[in-house]
Design a protein around this ligand. Structure first.
Ligand code: NAD
Length: 356
């Protein structure tokens, strides 16, 4: 039997509540698919500041590096907002991503038929959407040097090394191999030299992935196509800045923040987390939606542990439970048959995972 070591970072606000439900569901999946998971808890964010005096203790970095994957809830809250930027909870997360070397951020957008009314777009446009944005996470204009602002003149540098482009392209092609085998690379190569290198390198890398069909699109057109006809996309491969914008745009196709997972991979150890924050306004009330975290756990099984059957099992169970009308409060207005607490819906999904 296979054994995996998972680092759990529950964090602040609703973090502990949603991670507890993901663990319930992971345990159900592992016992059905015959592998074992050992969990270790580590501190990050506001709670780490309170207990250890810093947002990311070295013990957490070491513990994560010593695990097969990291499952993370969320961090942050008003209590820590007045601290200097480098001491705030968010700086812990940025440092953790860097320490793990996770250069590929994967954000799927799936539209659940039962929640189609949650989208602001027309039903026929969003029904059946299933796409994945693969964003380069630790390079490009957010990190490029030189950068400056002297009050009269400001500049940043969008710079990519060929190998940085090749490795994110490989991550996108490999993700597409586990999906519908289509990659659309998004750039601005009609204007930017860095995008021309991006396009040439993606083309070159594609030669090793003959089973994948590759297309290219300019960022301005991609932003439009994503709203006009999102179903044309499988995997969208793009740089840090363009991916930041496109992944937020794509997430709104589904319309509900409590349902969307993410994965950051490619480094020593993968990091998996919901796209939402710590939602302090609803913490400790038992009303948080744990589905984004449960689906992040499924991504962890798929991308870090290669337990594809277990990942499929969880994703199917979530779809089934939504189809049966179980809803947390945030999505209660969309055809609910029964309103559940955080813990109730976690148990219902875990139970469905066992029975599938
Ligand atoms: P948020 O995502 O925490 O909340 C936005 C709104 O969505 C709130 O009304 C909240 O109640 C609701 N919501 C979010 N997740 C939900 C869920 N699972 N179920 C039901 N409702 C949910 O964003 P915010 O309010 O801008 O930020 C709150 C804190 O979270 C801040 O301190 C911010 O810095 C932090 N934050 C952390 C992360 C992270 O840890 N990765 C990401 C974004 C924001």
């Amino acid at each position: 039997m296979k054994h995996y070591k998972i680092a759990l970072i529950k964090g602040d606000g609703i973090g502990p509540e949603i991670i507890d439900e993901a663990v319930k569901v992971l345990d159900a999946a592992s016992s059905k698919e015959d592998f074992e998971i050992a969990y270790n808890d580590f501190l990050m964010g506001g709670i780490a500041i309170d207990v250890k005096g810093e947002p990311l203790p070295q013990q957490t970095i070491d513990g994560c590096l010593n695990s097969d994957a990291v499952l993370f809830g969320a961090i942050g809250g008003e209590k820590w907002d007045k601290l200097p930027r480098e001491k705030r909870p968010e700086s812990g997360l940025l440092k953790l991503r860097k320490s793990l070397g996770v250069f590929a951020n994967l954000r799927p957008t799936t539209v659940f038929d039962e929640l189609i009314n949650a989208s602001t777009l027309k039903h026929e446009v969003v029904k059946g959407v299933d796409l994945l944005v693969v964003r380069e996470l630790i390079g490009g204009i957010y990190f490029g040097q030189p950068r400056a602002n002297d009050g009269n003149r400001a500049y940043n540098t969008m710079v990519y090394e060929k190998e940085e482009i090749a490795r994110i392209a490989r991550a996108a092609f490999e993700a597409a191999q586990k999906r519908y085998k289509k990659v659309c690379s998004v750039d601005k190569s009609n204007v930017l030299e860095v995008s021309q290198l991006w396009r040439d390198t993606v083309e070159e890398t594609a030669k090793d992935y003959k089973d994948i069909s590759l297309s290219h699109m300019y960022i301005d057109n991609a932003a439009m196509q994503l709203i006009r006809n999102p179903k044309q996309f499988d995997v969208i491969l793009t740089s840090n800045l363009f991916g930041d914008i496109l992944s937020d745009e794509a997430s709104m196709i589904s319309g509900s923040i409590g349902l969307l997972p993410s994965a950051s991979i490619g480094g020593k150890v993968g990091l998996f987390e919901p796209i939402h924050g710590s939602a302090p306004d609803i913490a400790k009330q038992g009303i948080a939606n744990p589905i984004a975290t449960i689906l992040s756990a499924a991504m962890m099984l798929r991308y870090s542990l290669n337990e594809i059957n277990a990942a499929n099992r969880i994703e199917l169970a979530v779809k089934d439970v939504l189809k049966d009308g179980y809803r947390t409060k945030d999505i209660a207005q969309f055809d609910a048959k029964e309103i559940c607490t955080t813990s109730e819906i976690g148990s219902i999904i875990a139970d469905r995972v066992s029975k599938l």
